[in-house]
Design a protein around this ligand. Structure first.
Ligand SMILES: Nc1nc2c(ncn2[C@@H]2O[C@H](COP(=O)(O)OP(=O)(O)OP(=O)(O)O)[C@@H](O)[C@H]2O)c(=O)[nH]1
Ligand SMILES: [Mg+2]
Length: 394
């Protein structure tokens, strides 16, 4: 599922006072350069739109104060950055020596999920001065520093002559965009979680529907509209209940299939149960693997920047499906404590719990039990068996 959206990338520019941070940004965004030095006070950002491949990207570039006494805004705005640009002046050794501090301070304050892979870019500015004769930091020295910090891309620039400025910021945008993709990993993991729960609900819908065409139609709707379909389907089932059904055990009627499909199901039922055990064990393992992989690569999900509007919508969708599955679990479990524990696990671990619960239920079925026993509550098994037999016998 790819969603076309405008991507906002946050970039922080750091470096000693006077190295040319503001000038580089002015040259890049406004194509202007001024000889006059005006120290930046606090921090401010400019935005620039650009096209990368087929994606429209908005760069939000934060210019910061190099002078310590003007760093009045603190460093809270470092958080959520997609890329950090470090700038030094090739003619001033001190501005190169302080790069370690800027690098370290940024990682400390921004606390990205994986500091080792967080994207930085180094710019050696003012290469125009004196035709390069007053230069004190060689290109090799700068490149060695970049190599020792995990191969940071390096550009030599001149804000005055507009040398390499566009190329440098294009690289910034590309690097930031690649980092953004990693932040999408939790979205992908949530979608996997969501669709595994959809498989469980689809299995129930397929079981309930009396013919395969309507079952297929409902499953397609489930895949496309998620919990909207789940709710519609449940409401329709509730409307189908007759007054008499409601007096008996209404949940039995909701969970069970249309009567005339019972006979076809008798043969080959057990192989279906075995196949379902394998399917749900595999899906559970898939989700567990996805969860562990995402945790290792992208860290814990409890971060504000991950909660994009689409992520929030997917989570709402997911948890509404969780409610439907919880109702089934609550109905099946004979004790409230058991039901409560399973529901808590469902909320915390999502489809891993759904799959575990289904597989456990499938293992409790013997080869002689019909599938509907899996859907029913332990306590009502006998009662319902009698009900079914009384319906079958003329
Ligand atoms: N010759 C030359 N001068 C430059 C270049 N870039 C910036 N300057 C000059 O260097 C001085 C400082 O530039 P700024 O861009 O204000 O520096 P800054 O890094 O923003 O400084 P703070 O805001 O104090 O952190 C200004 O007088 C600029 O005109 C460049 O590439 N070449
Ligand atoms: Mg400035």
């Amino acid at each position: 599922m790819s969603v076309r959206r405008r991507t906002l990338l946050k970039v922080i520019v750091l470096g000693d006072s006077g190295v040319g941070k503001t000038s580089l940004m002015n040259q890049y965004v406004h194509k202007k350069f001024s000889q006059q030095y005006k120290a930046t006070i606090g921090a401010d950002f400019v935005t620039k739109e650009l096209q990368i491949d087929d994606k429209l990207v908005t760069l939000q570039i934060w210019d910061t104060a190099g002078q310590e006494r003007f760093q009045s805004l603190g460093v809270a705005f470092y958080r959520g950055a997609d890329c950090c640009v470090l700038v030094y002046d090739v003619n001033v050794l001190r501005s190169f020596d302080t790069l370690d501090n800027w690098h370290e301070e940024f990682l400390k304050q921004a606390s990205p999920s994986d500091p080792k892979t967080f994207p930085f870019i180094l710019l050696g500015n003012k290469i125009d001065i004196d035709g390069g004769n007053s230069r004190v930091v060689s290109e090799k020295k700068a490149r060695d520093w970049c190599a020792s910090r995990g191969n940071i891309p390096y550009f030599e620039t001149s804000a005055k002559e507009d040398l390499n400025v566009d190329a440098a910021f294009f690289c910034v945008a590309k690097t930031a965009l690649a980092n953004e993709h990693e932040q999408d990993m939790w979205m992908a993991a949530t979608l996997v979680d969501f669709y595994i729960n959809v498989v469980a609900l689809s299995a129930w819908v397929a079981y309930k529907e009396s013919n395969w065409i309507s079952a297929a139609a409902w499953i397609i709707l489930l895949v496309c509209f998620g919990s909207i379909t789940t709710c519609t389907y449940i409401v329709l089932q509730l409307f189908k209940l007759s007054h008499q059904d409601s007096l008996q055990d209404p949940m039995c009627h909701i969970l069970l299939r249309h009567k005339n499909k019972d006979d076809i199901e008798r043969n080959g039922k057990f192989s279906f149960v075995v196949a379902a055990r394998v399917l749900f064990s595999t899906l559970g393992c898939l989700m567990l693997g996805t969860l562990i992989y995402t945790l290792l690569i992208d860290g814990l999900p409890f971060r504000k920047e991950l909660l994009t509007p689409w992520m929030a919508a997917t989570l709402v969708d997911f948890y509404i499906n969780v409610v439907a599955i919880s109702v089934w679990i609550a109905y099946k479990e004979s004790g409230w404590i058991g039901a409560f524990i399973w529901i808590v696990l469902l909320i915390c671990l999502g489809s891993i719990t759904t799959c575990s619960y289904i597989v456990i239920q499938l293992f409790q079925l013997s080869s002689k039990d019909p599938l509907y026993l899996m859907l029913l509550n332990g306590g009502s098994r006998n009662g319902f068996k009698m009900l079914v037999t009384s319906q079958v016998t003329p």
